[in-house]
Write a protein that binds this ligand. Structure first.
Ligand code: HAM
Length: 425
């Protein structure tokens, strides 16, 4: 192997053919599910104006944007998700609502790379614009469930409500101007120890006593009914009641879609992006040995599209392709993608290379996957190569074949050979 002198930048990954084949197969599976949900495929631009990206996403993600200036001095950034770009697109269009769009593409985030966390990664993403209905939220969760189920992954979706968490925080006494800070701290609940988390609250101007009550209140995870009961017993503001009513509706919708057994209510899920306004959710594998980070995440963001020029409710979700692949690998569930070649066209002597090229062109017109020797190899080396690339058959062009207007076809499995006319291939 040659020395690896030139490496991709830290956190970036090249995709080699074996992985690309797996990814493409996975994309097809996801596209098929998007199709039955009637989502239409779009792609927002990879490069956005920096202010578009930064408008509502929050301080954490803003730090992670790959930002640069173009030659005319414009401040630009690489997309860190697809929601922002689609929200901007939809804000300046007039499609019939609800608008159901999806995209599968690569993102860029300047994060600290670790297992399952890269600086460039692929997401599948679906968004529903223009509907306030809780059934749109439920449909997004159902879509995520159908995608993970299609890959045979065991998972649970942790659902929460930003409205409910906000109402609880208000009842605890968090002032309005500190709510966003409190959300940002709660989002770190899984990443930091309790002490570090309390310090983080304090750093943001929320004293430890109040922070401890917040953490206490959000420490509920379980089936919808029992968690809601706990909350009802402790909090009683009108806002809490309204948010709980919405969760009752959501639970009903999840039941109708047949995915209630996949969902738990977990108030510690608030999501790291600032644009969320309502129901939020994240999915995790239930396999304790596999990756601990989210397989998909999403929620309602009714204020974002308005930022780009047209008020519109919206809800959506996105899942990471690398994480999906890592879980499949850990569970030995990666499908075997064997890319077969129909024909390898070999020739006995270089004098016959043009006849081989003619045969190759005819095979390709018929739609066969094929290639011919372009390495100047002798016949036995050509045959060795043909078997390496899993060619099912080898077409051999030689003097005798040319004289008779035929070719020899060797079946690579049985070793059987016969001479036939090219048209019979
Ligand atoms: P997110 O939670 O930032 O949400 O990302 C969605 C998914 O992308 C994650 O659950 C994870 O599977 C994957 N992901 C995120 N960051 C990385 C990374 N650094 N390396 C590998 N995979 C990663 C969003 O992006 C929202 N736009 C989702 C959404 C759509 N909300 C509403 N609509």
């Amino acid at each position: 192997m040659p020395e690896k002198k030139f490496q991709p930048p830290k956190g970036m990954r090249d995709i080699y053919p074996e992985e690309m084949a797996l990814l493409q197969q996975a994309f097809s599976k996801i596209r098929e599910i998007m199709r039955v949900y009637n989502f239409k495929e779009v792609e927002p631009t990879k490069v956005e104006m920096f202010e578009t990206l930064a408008a509502k996403s929050g301080e954490e993600i803003e730090r992670e944007i790959y930002a640069f200036e173009d030659k005319a001095g414009r401040r630009l950034g690489l997309r860190f998700d697809l929601t922002v770009g689609m929200a901007r697109m939809v804000a300046s269009s007039a499609y019939a609502k609800p608008i159901r769009w999806f995209c599968i593409a690569d993102m860029f985030r300047y994060e600290a790379p670790q297992k399952g966390r890269y600086r460039a990664f692929w997401q599948w993403d679906a968004e529903i614009f223009g509907s306030k209905s809780i059934y749109a939220d439920a449909e997004c969760i159902a879509l995520g469930c159908d995608i993970l189920s299609a890959f045979g992954i065991d998972f649970e979706v942790r659902v929460s409500s930003r409205k409910l968490v906000e109402a609880i925080m208000r009842e605890i006494g968090v002032p309005t101007n500190k709510l966003l800070d409190a959300f940002r701290c709660v989002d770190k609940l899984q990443k930091l120890s309790k002490d570090r988390l309390l310090e983080e609250f304090e750093r943001r101007g929320i004293d430890k006593k109040m922070a401890a009550s917040i953490l206490d209140a959000l420490n509920y995870r379980g089936d919808f009914k029992s968690v809601m009961e706990e909350v009802r017993n402790k909090f009683n503001s009108k806002e809490v009641k309204n948010a709980l009513d919405e969760l009752v509706e959501l639970e009903k919708a999840l039941r109708s879609f047949g995915i209630d057994d996949k969902c738990v209510l977990d108030l510690s899920i608030v999501r790291g992006l600032d644009y969320y306004t309502g129901i939020v959710f994240e999915a995790y594998t239930t396999n304790k040995k596999a990756l601990g980070s989210a397989l998909f995440g999403g929620g309602r963001y009714d204020g974002l599209v308005g930022t780009y020029g047209q008020e519109m409710p919206a809800v959506g979700l996105a899942g990471g392709m690398e994480r999906l692949m890592e879980v499949l690998k850990a569970e030995n569930k990666l499908p075997e993608v064997k890319e077969e070649v129909d024909y390898f066209v070999a020739y006995i002597n270089e004098r016959f290379i043009d006849r081989a090229a003619e045969v190759l062109a005819r095979l390709r017109k018929k739609g066969f996957v094929c290639e011919m020797d372009i390495m100047n190899r002798n016949l036995s080396a050509q045959l060795r190569y043909a078997s390496k690339i899993n060619a099912k058959k080898v077409v051999i062009v030689g003097e005798k074949e040319i004289k008779e207007g035929k070719v020899t076809v060797r079946d690579m499995k049985s070793g059987e050979e016969k001479m036939i006319s090219v048209d019979a291939l």
